[in-house]
Design a protein around this ligand. Sequence first.
Ligand SMILES: Cc1cc2nc3c(=O)[nH]c(=O)nc-3n(C[C@H](O)[C@H](O)[C@H](O)COP(=O)(O)OP(=O)(O)OC[C@H]3O[C@@H](n4cnc5c(N)ncnc54)[C@H](O)[C@@H]3O)c2cc1C
Ligand SMILES: *[C@@H]1O[C@H](CO)[C@@H](O)[C@H](O)[C@H]1NC(C)=O
Ligand SMILES: *[C@@H]1O[C@H](CO)[C@@H](O)[C@H](O)[C@H]1NC(C)=O
Ligand SMILES: *[C@@H]1O[C@H](CO)[C@@H](O)[C@H](O)[C@H]1NC(C)=O
Ligand SMILES: *[C@@H]1O[C@H](CO)[C@@H](O)[C@H](O)[C@H]1NC(C)=O
Ligand SMILES: *[C@@H]1O[C@H](CO)[C@@H](O)[C@H](O)[C@H]1NC(C)=O
Length: 646
Amino acid sequence: MTRQGAQLAFLSILLFLCILKLVAAGVPLNRYETLLKQQSAPVDEELGLYDDSDKVVKLTVANFNETVLEQNRSTLVEFYNTYCGHCRRFAPIYKQVAEQLHAWRDVVIVSAIDCAAEENNGVCRAYEVMGYPTLRYMGPGYQPSAMQYGLKLETQKPDEIRSLLAGMVAAENQTANNTHWPNFVPVSESESTATALFEGLNSQREYVALIHEPENSTLGAETALFLLQWPAVQVRRFGDAAVAAKFKLDTSQKQQLALVDRQGNVKVLTPSTQSSEAYARAIEDALRALSFTPRPEQQQAQSPPSPNGGSQHEELNAIISEVHRNKHLIYQADLEQAIRTILHNEVAKVNVISGERLLALQRFLTVLQRYNPLGQAGRQLVGKLRDYVAQFNQQLTGKEFEQELRRLESKLGHIYSSTHYVGCTGSSPHFRGFSCSLWTLFHFMSVQAAGNEQSQDPLEVLQAMHGYIKNFFGCTDCSEHFQAMATRRKIWNVATKDEAVLWLWSAHNEVNQRLAGDDTEDPQFPKVQFPSASSCAKCRQAPASALKENLEINWNKEAVLSFLKNIHNPQFVSRFGVQREELLHETLDKMRQKRQISNVFSDMDMRMGMFLYAFCIVMMVLAFKLFAFKGGYRKKPYGHDLLGKV
Ligand SMILES: Cc1cc2nc3c(=O)[nH]c(=O)nc-3n(C[C@H](O)[C@H](O)[C@H](O)COP(=O)(O)OP(=O)(O)OC[C@H]3O[C@@H](n4cnc5c(N)ncnc54)[C@H](O)[C@@H]3O)c2cc1C
Ligand SMILES: *[C@@H]1O[C@H](CO)[C@@H](O)[C@H](O)[C@H]1NC(C)=O
Ligand SMILES: *[C@@H]1O[C@H](CO)[C@@H](O)[C@H](O)[C@H]1NC(C)=O
Ligand SMILES: *[C@@H]1O[C@H](CO)[C@@H](O)[C@H](O)[C@H]1NC(C)=O
Ligand SMILES: *[C@@H]1O[C@H](CO)[C@@H](O)[C@H](O)[C@H]1NC(C)=O
Ligand SMILES: *[C@@H]1O[C@H](CO)[C@@H](O)[C@H](O)[C@H]1NC(C)=O
């Protein structure tokens, strides 16, 4: 083979490699992960209902196992969603519980995990959380197993939580591993001497506190837990009247609580009320009077405040003032965040999607695709997801759905043009957000359906919404309220697509009315009957009588309908906060200009493409240089023989 032949072959290989690289490029691997991260909901450190200022132990996927599994103490876990109004109302109560039960921490800790944080999908899915908030108790040595995801506490009242928790702890049969575990076994008659009571207790224990515990109460168990930090005392409970008699206590004369010392001296204490806290306080006061102290608390390291808080604050204010300037605009960013959260969090965290739930998902994705506000890639994504889900007729797991979603997103490239809420931004991270964007998305879809000539089914959007809210919306009490309201307002009788738009509008106003003044109301965005008089004067007719003024607004439904159609017109959807305009639908003009380029590059990142072209040109120039300097090339030892054989 000639030298020229070899050089030609070398060139061809270079070109081949170049082309291969170009074709395979798509999205380069090192940026893959970053891309996937951007597609998922952004991690917002401020999210979550608990922070360093309270005593709730914050759980995430990163510390869940090491905190909850196989411990020598129990754990109370709250599974919640940041955006669920009921969870928000419950958070201050749970903080109080954690504060109060902080004294119990050697035996049981109070913790919480935010299932609205996408990173925690796996945990919330594995624990089959069905409603939010859910409280579950996991005992010492706990190991998850099928159908055993902790014991559910069916209450949200602090006193009941405390008493249920004490009951569960007292029923545990493990004391070996934890030196602080109280002795919950009731004192028996045969144990009713000082010698027997103190047998086996370490020398620090100078007193045993005897508590008469009424039947079916946890008074003694709770008191024992409150006194874990006091090494000088061991708390024991008893129910048996014979025990009281041995210590000469007259329980009928309110002699329910006594301190016994090693010599057998009995000192009756009188708590101020019949509560475990009062009992604990009475014992503590008595011990303090005897110069005993609790164990010193270990100081926990406080995490430093976030460094870029200032600039985030400015950004937030800029968004909020934009929204206040344009009261009734619909924002692209909110529609996108709704879809992102639905796909990445709400659907993905359901363990098994089957039966009615599977049907609801199929229907929802079909309607979403029909009225999809996302750009080209987003349409492909939802379309492919719909086809994927449609293949299943028995069941699908949230994990499979999540995997398919991630596979499609990495293949299709950037989907979302924005990363934050705009019209649904709250003045604090604990307000508004997802539930606001969900309303917005459904109003948007109902209006698009009304304008769609092909669609004949007046119920298509309402039915999809109802199925979604019932089966996936992680705000459990919202979901229950909505279902009740749908029945009461006869959702299935809606006869036209315009009526469907108005049905949703009116139902939303009912919710607004109920929640006006609620703790979850953002003071910067008070709940008003929508649209406000200033947004649409024509929408409200003069009240029929002066008396009626404060009762019910006399709506002009024609005007309301055209107002709703107007603000939800895709042409008027605001792109404020959109960072990647190129991902959205373009105007016809722009589309024509860009058609050719986009055909070639479709999914490929433009900058990367340019870089590869430059690289290939350089390679080819180099190759031609080699071609020109034949002498030098011949001397090179490498490659020559090998190439010669090609
Ligand atoms: C189906 C559903 C049921 C819910 N039920 C409850 C519940 O029972 N308890 C609870 O605490 N929270 C409930 N929520 C949440 C609650 O309705 C709000 O979403 C949340 O409090 C945030 O309120 P917001 O101020 O951001 O505005 P939202 O009420 O969420 O409104 C979102 C946007 O829609 C516009 N809008 C307001 N009213 C109308 C209307 N009538 N028609 C058209 N557009 C309107 C507003 O401009 C606003 O920007 C529910 C949410 C949904 C989606
Ligand atoms: C936590 O434990 C469960 C069950 O033992 C296991 O399936 C899961 O992978 C663990 N998670 C992590 C992050 O270690
Ligand atoms: C002691 O605790 C460990 C976990 O810390 C647990 O695996 C073990 O079963 C416990 N032993 C007893 C006797 O309770
Ligand atoms: C408690 O543990 C002991 C020893 O492990 C066992 O024999 C006993 O049956 C257990 N009791 C209960 C109520 O689980
Ligand atoms: C519980 O176990 C941990 C180690 O797993 C140990 O450090 C701790 O002292 C134990 N707690 C008690 C109260 O025994
Ligand atoms: C205690 O509970 C048991 C079982 O639930 C019940 O039969 C009994 O009547 C209760 N006793 C009192 C005093 O409430």
